[in-house]
Design a protein around this ligand. Structure first.
Ligand code: MOS
Length: 770
């Protein structure tokens, strides 16, 4: 694998042959803190007189609490509180679903059990051990109902996905699908299934709450502290001004820490009742039911094409699992309906409501499952047409949306295919006979090659930032936005450093605190584009002031073009320069501070104020007057053991075009991590639900399979240069959720090439090949 040894700071990054529209490959400024354990996660926050909470969760998925006896629990020495529905009464307001809470259920208000592992009580004690012992002594009896566990259970309810959430307003449609499909000479009709998955961040879910004179501070890993403050204000009926949410470093999130779960307000209430700070760290198993998850989907795809390889009709129907109370929808047809030049388009998304907890965002929530279905279908269709699957995509490539006619601001999909194909050696498959399966056998190993498209909407959100430049040539940058592991803290520092002519080390970045200027949710891959756009604006205002200072009373004025900031100096033109300190002195100050608000084009007025109210205000993708998407092409080699069915993936090559690449090193890490995630989705990850009891079976890292180092043999990332000045002022498309899209279908395609077996359900494990 490349990149084992990072280059010294400032040196070019190996494997980055094209620096066009790419920033410097600076190592993460928080990297050392993270790998040495010095980065403090919220549950590490030292607090005086801390008490410890442990959740008690339901052992049934559907029914009612008949009795809940806390006598034994409360009598354990050291127990301070057993918080149940009785104590919570009237003090917790459940959110309306879709307004920033992960579910409309506040379990401590409920007598009803909606899902397995629903919180029924929180025990607070002097130590975690005492709390755990007491939690085991809470005696609960239930009235059971028979739960519906998933798609094939009786008793599920099916509702339309379109309109269920602002995230998916309608099913995209164009032309007359039925007629075009009937008339097409080559057709496909296939059904695909994707499994439920859980995020499993290394850092456990936790909440720490502390009250001081009516002021609440919550320390919790979060992707959206600005929104959570507003959310807590609603759920605790408080003024948001009295709430602070802190989440400086996070040990993995992937969407699971985006919407606030009901635990946060409940722990805050517990701390209020015991009049001490309370910390509640969920057990790994509890994370499976008290946090969110990626729901399973089922998809039917019908496609009709002419003998020329042009698709004339495309239908994508999806079924997504959700909970009884909440219509959680991802609606990936929003993206798949626009991906190729189809002709007629028909889509429909339906929600299947079962007795499960409410699903939530997980890395590329709509695209991961739906593009799996589409790209598998593309591979099958290419075979029916006898076309190279790369050529089939080329024949149906488009620069405009087949549904609305809107153009893509930029779309470098085929360039990604060409670069990845060349680096991967796709020609080997063409030479072996592109549709000849089992042609590349090596001993007991059946070798196959496959490919698929990666795509993710380019989204951007409102963001505020404050930048302070001091006379010593240092800068402080503040925004409540989040470093969830993508490198945005580093990229923000690079952006400010470049704009102000400083070195990256001279920029300090403060993030992840709701007391800072409001930043966006670290979701939808918006952070880099949004934060950098706000930072550029604040730095631009500082630069303007310096320029004015430099050009007042100093001979012939420098032109704005000749005025640059470099190495802590202001360069007026070729002959003159001045240290920043001199300019500040001229302005009669020791520091310049600018607060800037960035709102995406087309945002409603007051977008940053709305952000403070908890509305993320995400724009982009297919929502605006033009389509904004990032693209990639992924190629994989698989080896399937002829006798055991063992599936190995020795090589993955991905080429991605995502506008300006702020930092090729962090970008590469994101894309590589994404492809590995895609490998996990293809071969490993699946949350197993017991169909009789609707309970999660594999709720730990032993039984929930994830790819480990031994599963990941070679990953190569190619950054394809692309310039797009329309998407946002930073020119950034965002790529945190791009790399894992399509990977699983590339692997399915390669498995077919190796074995002649079409697998349409993920994960694909060896038992499916036996
Ligand atoms: Mo990401 S799943 O949009 O937090």
């Amino acid at each position: 694998m490349p990149d084992a040894v990072p280059p010294p700071p400032g040196q070019p990054f190996p494997g980055n042959p094209s620096p066009e529209n790419m920033g410097a490959p600076v190592a993460r400024i928080d990297g050392r803190l993270k790998v040495t354990g010095q980065a403090r996660y919220p549950a590490d926050t030292p607090l005086h007189n801390l008490a410890h909470g442990v959740m008690v969760t339901s052992t049934i998925a559907r029914g009612r609490i008949r009795s809940l006896d806390t006598t034994a629990a409360a009598s354990v020495p050291g127990v301070l509180l057993v918080l149940t529905r009785d104590q919570a009464q009237g003090q917790l307001t459940a959110p309306k679903f879709g307004t920033g809470g992960s579910t409309s259920i506040q379990p401590l208000n409920e007598e009803r059990i909606w899902h397995d592992g629903q919180t029924v009580a929180i025990v607070v004690a002097e130590t975690p051990e005492v709390a755990r012992e007491a939690a085991d002594l809470v005696a609960i009896t239930y009235d059971h109902d028979t739960p519906s566990a998933g798609f094939d259970a009786s008793g599920v309810e099916i509702v339309d996905g379109a309109g269920a959430s602002p995230m998916y307003p309608e099913d995209p449609k164009a032309g007359d699908f039925d007629t075009a499909f009937k008339a097409a000479p080559v057709v496909l009709d296939a059904t695909y299934n994707t499994a439920a998955q859980h995020h499993n961040p290394m850092e456990l879910f936790s909440t720490t709450a502390e009250w001081n004179d009516g002021q609440l501070t919550v320390y919790e890993p979060s992707q959206f502290v600005a929104g959570w403050r507003a959310q807590l204000a609603k759920q605790l009926d408080m003024d948001a001004a009295n709430i602070r949410v802190v989440s400086e470093y996070i040990g993995g999130a992937f969407g699971s820490k985006g919407p606030m779960t009901p635990r946060t307000a409940a722990v805050a209430l517990a701390a209020k009742l015991v009049k001490r700070p309370v910390r509640c760290v969920c057990a790994r198993a509890q994370g499976y039911t008290t946090a969110t998850f990626r729901a399973e989907t089922r998809q039917r795809i019908r496609m009709g094409a002419g003998r020329d390889g042009k698709i004339r009709a495309f239908s994508h129907e999806g079924w997504e699992l959700t909970s009884r109370p909440d219509d959680y929808v991802v609606g990936g047809t929003e993206t798949t309906a626009r991906l190729y030049a189809y002709g007629a388009v028909h889509t429909k998304v339906q929600l299947v409501k079962a007795d499960r907890n409410t699903p939530g965002y997980m890395r590329s929530p709509p695209e991961t499952p739906y593009v799996f279905g589409l790209e598998c279908a593309m591979d099958e269709m290419a075979e029916k047409l006898g076309l190279d699957p790369v050529e089939f995509r080329r024949v149906n490539d488009t620069q405009a949306d087949p549904v609305s006619g809107k153009r893509y601001t930029s779309r470098s999909l085929m360039r990604c295919y060409d670069e990845a194909a060349a680096a991967f050696g796709w020609q080997r498959r063409l030479d072996a006979g592109v549709w000849k399966t089992g042609a590349m056998r090596e001993g007991d190993w059946l070798v196959g090659l496959g490919c698929a498209t990666a795509v993710y909407p380019t989204q951007v959100a409102p963001c505020a930032a404050r930048v302070r430049l001091t006379a010593d040539g240092k800068a402080l940058l503040q925004t409540s936005a989040h470093e969830i592991g993508t490198g945005v803290r580093t990229v923000a520092a690079q952006t400010a450093a470049q704009a102000l002519g400083l070195s990256v080390e001279d920029v300090t970045v403060e993030m992840g605190d709701s007391a800072l200027p409001a930043g966006p949710v670290a979701g939808g891959s918006v952070s880099t584009a949004s934060v950098c756009s706000a930072v550029l604006k604040a730095c631009g205002a500082i630069r303007d002031k310096l320029y004015r200072a430099a050009t007042v009373n100093s001979g012939p004025p420098a032109t704005p073009e000749s005025f640059t900031l470099r190495d802590g100096m202001a360069v007026l033109d070729s002959g003159r320069s001045a240290p920043l300190s001199a300019l500040l002195q001229k302005l009669g100050t020791t520091q310049l501070e600018e607060y800037a608000e960035f709102a995406p084009e087309g945002s409603a007025p007051g977008a940053v104020e709305q952000l403070r109210q908890g509305n993320p205000g995400i724009m982009g993708g297919a929502k605006g007057p033009v389509l904004m998407y990032a693209f990639g092409a992924e190629f994989v080699e698989v080896r399937v053991h002829a006798r055991t069915g063992e599936i190995r993936v020795p090589r993955m090559v991905g080429a991605f075009a995502a506008g300006r690449i702020m930092n090729p090193r962090t970008a590469r890490s994101q894309l590589m991590g994404g492809m590995i995630w895609g490998l996990g989705a293809a071969l490993h990850e699946m949350t197993e639900i017991d169909p009789r009891h609707a309970r999660t079976v594999n709720r730990d890292l032993q039984d929930y399979l994830l790819p480990v180092n031994a599963d990941v043999e070679g990953v190569e990332v190619i950054l394809v240069p692309e310039t797009d000045t329309e998407v946002n002022p930073a020119g950034v498309k965002g790529l945190g959720e791009l790399g894992n899209v399509g990977t699983s279908s590339a692997i399915a395609s390669a498995i077919y090439h190796a074995t002649g077996r079409r697998l349409r359900d993920i994960p694909m494990r060896l038992d499916t090949l036996l």
